[in-house]
Design a binder for this molecule. Sequence first.
Ligand code: G3P
Ligand code: MG
Length: 246
Amino acid sequence: MKQLLMPPVIAHRGASGQAPENTLAAIRLAAAQGAKWFEVDVNISRDGIPVLHHDDDLARCSNGRGLVIEKTLEQLQTLDCGSWFDQQYSGERVATLDQCLDLAIELQLAVNLEIKPCSGWEIPTTQAIADVLKQRPALPEILISSFSHIALQCSAELLDFIPRGSLFMVAPPDWKKLTNEAGAVSINLHANSLLDAGSVKQFHNAGLGVYCYTVNTTAQQQELHAIGVDGVFSNYPKLLLEALPI
Ligand code: G3P
Ligand code: MG
């Protein structure tokens, strides 16, 4: 098996159970809770700047309305991305990818960048992310992942020096072909997918690390560890880190 990249616990969207997801505050909290890796979702603004946001739409995680891709960065930066979660985070701004990477370096964290393009925007989104990564003087350790096979293939071309992980809800029948084409080092699956020790072994035999999202209880963490899963994404990294070693 290729060298495993990520540790047993990865903070999902930052420590998103206790701070607004995909914000700098959630990344800071993940570090404070002892996480060494965090995952964030990356989309682009209308003017092509990569920003952290999970949904296409702004409504759930900000006081904005409409789509991320419809707004310029300047417009996005006027939004409050914290009050929806808790008043203590009011005024939290949308984070750019650049800010996220600066913070990762400052906090000595590694980053799983999940490319989260709007449908049809897979290539421009990946290109914009590649531009940011290539222009920076320094990068933290990074794994790029995506549900979009197009984004992964584009990333393999533009950012061949950064490892990739293939994301699925459930591994499809042609997972071997797809992970191969993506040059993936890991397969990242929903925690309730059809995983058992046999399938985990097959993925390992294919040279893939196996990671599951989103795991928020130590019971599920232990079940997945018992069948050989290498690590889990959690909104509560502190809880799961405290349960280690399993
Ligand atoms: O990368 C793991 C996980 O974040 C994938 O699902 O919807 O939380 O981005 P989602
Ligand atoms: Mg994600």
